[in-house]
Design a protein around this ligand. Structure first.
Ligand code: F6R
Length: 615
């Protein structure tokens, strides 16, 4: 949520910053802005709307050359998406410009204080207050890094801040609390960004800033301290993917590329975790085996798509490990005062590793004494750093706002954790674990097979572009798949879409069924729990009898469903618990194609941002 870029080095800063913003635009696209120091004064340009608007402005009236600069792409929180509210914000005497990701919770109190000193706010943002505070602190402290440290001590809330001083043009100073910030280390140049994709063209060497740290960045060096000015030790890391992974690579959309990458993402998530004997080696789970044996309950916390992955995982965890499992929306978790003990394992699932709701749930769980295991896709991000252990999904960068490959890899990663628990606790014999691991290892190929058959799904989606509403139903693990299909359609096509447990329809939602309404049905494998298959056939009949048009996702060879399907989408046969890995894929493509038919920006849907760093 909000993308931040900073640069100090030998290249033209404006080009580097705009290039970085292009890579980070998925984090917010309500407005964009840039600041450099030229001829001893700040030059700030900002524009509401997508980055292209700012680029057009810069083309019409180029900025002067500078070697240091910073830029911002915004997802609006305080104040609407206007030119004035766009970042950077400049202090009243024009000395300091600031960009910000997060929320300054005490901004009202600080605004009142500044008003007494005669400062008049020009925007509706919480960020502007920091620019004024920083300027007055700088006038006393005489040094931007010291001023930033002092100012941060007065701020509450979540923030990444970057500031530039018109009187000190070769330097950027940034601070981090609860919002992401990484530093890129180049040769005679340094970068700041919300994530590494902003500078991956120039360097793969990076350091992740910790909580409450300030970085003083120049072309020839970086100094990191805490908010009191004490030097801190930093952990460098190397980004394992390259610039090509953050580009469209010949696809029209990032989402299409990421859907196509799913077989590899699933395979990579399994890689190195299966021993030659077929058992699991999860060295990353640094929670002692003795403690894992004592776990008497698992609680999964996550948001959105990751929450749906957790819902799928619950079926596997309870079936394989015989451990009770609850799945909870991270945003609700800490507010209901959950009962947590040392014997409860909390699994936090997050692609970005920065989702504030999930992070707060993690903190709450640890404060209450529970162990937390993170399932995450972003190396070095906050959630894994604050958890007891982490198992990384290996999906590579996910740029499209709608999550696709992360979802599949999250399911695989939690399945690995579940099987590992079953293995170390003795709920399953070694040969049983190895047999399920073989099923998982078959899935990249099966997902590949699905990808080869999706032309019909695209054509079908276009037929429903004018539908008022689309319903999704499923049973067992098909139920969270139905929820995920509906979420994808809502966020991309801006249509009313709802997912239901098929058995729940008759308890109310069936009243929504009217002539011609499309109902997408995720049919469980007939060889799984036979009764589930029979029951969903009845559910299909119930909606058809009331005029629904049924779009049925069923495995190859399942002919029983054929008479009940107005449209049939085939997926390869798989064991029941593996089916979400194939049945989700047509739903992703359906939503993508339908949104494209409606002319929407699929990679950057309205009102959304990729990494939700506010609560
Ligand atoms: C939907 C989507 C979101 C995210 C949710 C959690 O397509 O992407 O629902 O799944 O915001 O994000 P992470 O996984 O980064 O915590």
């Amino acid at each position: 949520m909000c993308g931040i870029v900073g640069y100090a080095g030998h290249r033209p800063a404006v080009d580097v910053v705009v290039g970085g913003l292009k890579r980070l635009e998925y984090r917010g696209y309500d407005s964009a802005g840039i600041a450099v120091v030229a001829d001893g004064a700040l030059d700030v340009r900002k524009k509401a709307g997508k980055l292209a608007n700012l680029q057009a402005m810069l083309e019409a009236d180029p900025m002067k050359d500078a070697s240091t600069g910073m830029g911002h792409t915004r997802w609006a929180t305080h104040g609407g998406p206007t030119d004035v509210n766009a970042h950077p914000h400049v202090s009243s005497r024009g000395r300091v410009a600031v960009i910000h990701n997060g929320i300054i919770e005490n901004f009202a109190e600080l605004t009142a204080e500044l008003a007494e000193q005669g400062v008049v706010m020009t925007s509706e943002t919480d960020t502007e207050v920091v620019a004024h505070l920083l300027e007055s602190t700088l006038e006393q402290a005489g040094d931007l890094a010291e001023a930033m440290r002092l100012a941060c001590q007065r701020l509450s809330g979540a923030f990444t801040l970057v500031a530039i001083d018109a009187q000190d043009p070769d330097r950027l100073v940034a601070a981090r609390r609860n919002s992401p910030l990484v530093v890129g280390i180049g040769d005679g140049e340094h970068f700041l960004a919300s994530d590494v994709s902003a500078f991956i063209d120039y360097t793969r060497d990076a350091i992740e800033l910790g909580q409450d740290q300030v970085v003083d960045l120049r072309a020839d060096g970086v100094v990191v301290t805490d908010f009191r000015g004490q030097p801190v030790e930093v952990t460098p890391f190397t980004v394992t993917w390259d610039a090509a992974a953050a580009e469209k690579g010949g696809y029209d959309l990032f989402m299409l590329k990421e859907i196509a990458e799913q077989p590899k993402a699933v395979a990579d998530t399994l890689l190195g975790r299966i021993a030659p004997d077929g058992l699991l080696r999860l060295d990353e789970i640094r929670i002692p085996v003795a403690e894992l044996r004592e776990v008497d309950k698992i609680v999964i916390v996550a948001c959105g798509t990751a929450y749906h992955a957790g819902m799928v995982a619950k079926y596997a965890i309870e079936h394989w490990c015989r451990i009770p499992c609850e799945v909870e929306l991270a945003s609700e978790f800490r507010y209901r005062d959950p009962i947590l003990t040392r014997r409860i394992l909390v699994i936090a699932i997050s692609q970005s590793g920065e989702t504030m709701d999930t992070l707060m749930a993690v903190r709450h769980a640890r404060e209450q004494g529970a162990r937390v295991l993170a399932i995450c896709n972003t190396n070095g991000s906050t959630i894994p750093r604050e958890s007891d252990a982490v198992l990384y999904t290996q999906a590579g960068p996910e740029i499209a706002v709608a999550s696709t490959k992360a979802f599949l890899t999250q399911i695989v990663a939690v399945y690995l954790v579940a099987l590992y628990l079953a293995q170390v606790r003795g709920n399953k014999f070694g040969d049983e674990v190895a047999a399920i691991v073989r099923q998982l290892a078959d899935m990249p190929h099966k997902v590949d097979l699905v990808l080869d058959t999706l032309e019909g799904v695209r054509a079908l989606a276009e037929q429903f572009a004018e539908a008022q509403s689309v319903l999704f139903i499923g049973r067992h693990v098909g139920y969270p798949v139905a929820l995920e299909g509906a979420l994808k359609l809502k966020e991309l096509a801006y249509m009313h879409a709802e997912g239901f447990a098929a058995g729940e329809l008759k308890h109310g939602p069936i009243a929504l069924i009217e002539e011609g309404i499309p109902v997408i049905v995720v049919v469980p494998p007939p060889l799984g729990r036979g009764v589930l298959h029979e029951k969903i056939i009845s559910n299909i009949q119930e909606v058809r009898a009331r005029g629904a048009v049924t779009i049925v996702i069923a495995e190859e060879g399942d002919e029983v469903v054929t008479p009940y399907a107005d449209h049939l989408i085939r997926v390869p046969a798989c064991p029941t618990l593996m089916q979400p890995l194939v049945s989700t894929v047509p739903l992703q493509v359906f939503a993508c194609a339908l949104a494209t038919a409606k002319g929407h920006d699929v990679d950057q849907p309205r009102n959304l941002a990729k990494s939700v760093t506010v609560e």
